[in-house]
Design a protein around this ligand. Structure first.
Ligand SMILES: [Zn+2]
Ligand SMILES: [Zn+2]
Length: 343
């Protein structure tokens, strides 16, 4: 059984499934048993997008029946235990038991062939390969029937919900706009209509150079949000108004890679071994949907949400965003300086 259910009172959605078994928290797997390690390609569904380096160029390949691509740089394939599937049973319910079929696609993108390479050490060139693969897959998913929204995220390390430690991203499609994106889109739309300005552009202007800025690169800014829901939470925004991560130029893609490498490297220095969730908030590519100013949100998982957070939606952040920005800023600036060769 798998279906999407809506809360009695609010727009909160739950994907309810009884087919995935109990999820085992992240555990150490021997490379020989890790389905994401090179040599174990047959342990996953066939990959439909594999990046392979041939000389100086990258070539896109596909696992053909019985012939698996090896020596890959990035590998994308359908999740073996998907939370949504193209073959989800028709399941429609009316208020107060509203439900709809959990129709969609769930992909895994293996970020590196190296099992023990943490996200904080994945180099800029590899980040560019990862982001380009995600763009490719997300574009394709938006062309599929019944897809309203495509979300890309990372669960990495302790407390972040990952079951396999090998660094990977997940891409999940949802047949409607998820509530937190809807809320952002409504705010942006209202502000554009009433004031003619994007509220996210205003936030970027007010956080630039202020006490919550972490680092700034040519095209991006990272800052700790004013009302952080997690200690050391940070957001990465394109400085110019841009609605989708699919619209990046090659230069922007490389600069975003530099930003991700610097901030995740900085985070690992400040909180060694901390798990985190990273989520891309991008506008839906469906023409009729309201747009947002796209960005990335990173939630370090140094503590768990407890009763107040779960029960009321009021969050306790034990480190102030200003103090977090100071520490993350110093560490991320050092990483950035090393990467661009400034000492
Ligand atoms: Zn592995
Ligand atoms: Zn904007």
């Amino acid at each position: 059984m798998v279906e999407i259910r809506k809360d009695y009172f609010t727009d909160r959605l739950s994907i309810v499934t009884s087919d995935r078994g109990s999820r085992i928290p992240v555990r150490h797997l021997d490379h020989a048993k890790c389905p994401f390690c090179p040599g174990n390609e047959s342990m996953t569904p066939p990959a439909d997008l594999v990046l392979v380096k041939m000389g100086e160029t990258l070539v896109k390949q596909t696992d053909a029946e019985g012939e698996l691509v090896t020596n890959w740089v990035v590998r994308a394939f359908p999740n073996k235990n998907p939370i949504v599937t193209p073959t989800a049973p028709a399941s429609y319910g009316e208020y107060p038991h509203y439900s709809e079929p959990a129709m969609g696609y769930h992909y895994v993108v293996v970020a590196t062939s190296k099992h023990d390479e943490p996200f904080s050490r994945i180099d800029v060139e590899q980040w560019t390969n990862i982001l380009a693969t995600v763009q490719d897959k997300v574009r394709w998913l938006y062309s599929q029937r019944g897809v309203s929204y495509v979300v890309t995220f990372i669960n990495y390390g302790k407390g972040a919900g990952a079951t396999i430690e090998h660094p990977h991203l997940q891409i999940v499609t949802i047949p409607r706009l998820p509530p937190s994106l809807e809320a952002e889109a409504v705010t942006v739309q209202n502000s554009l209509n009433e004031l003619g300005v994007c509220p996210m552009c205003q936030v970027i202007a007010s956080e630039s150079g202020g006490p919550r800025q972490i680092i700034s690169t040519e095209f991006y800014i990272a800052f700790a949000p004013w009302a952080s829901s997690h200690s050391y939470e940070f957001w990465i925004y394109p400085k110019r108004h841009q609605t989708s991560m699919l619209k990046l130029s090659q230069k922007e893609l490389m600069d975003l890679s530099l930003m991700l490498r610097s901030t995740l490297g900085g985070l690992a220095k400040v909180l060694p071994g901390v798990g985190f969730n990273l989520v891309f908030h991008s506008s839906s590519e469906k023409k009729t949907t309201k747009q947002i100013h796209w960005h990335i949100e990173v939630y370090p998982r140094s503590s768990n949400w407890a009763g107040l957070e779960l029960g009321t939606g009021v969050f306790v952040s034990e480190t102030s965003p200003e103090a977090a920005a100071e520490e993350l800023g110093a560490a991320s600036r050092k990483e950035l300086a090393q990467l661009v060769g400034i000492t």
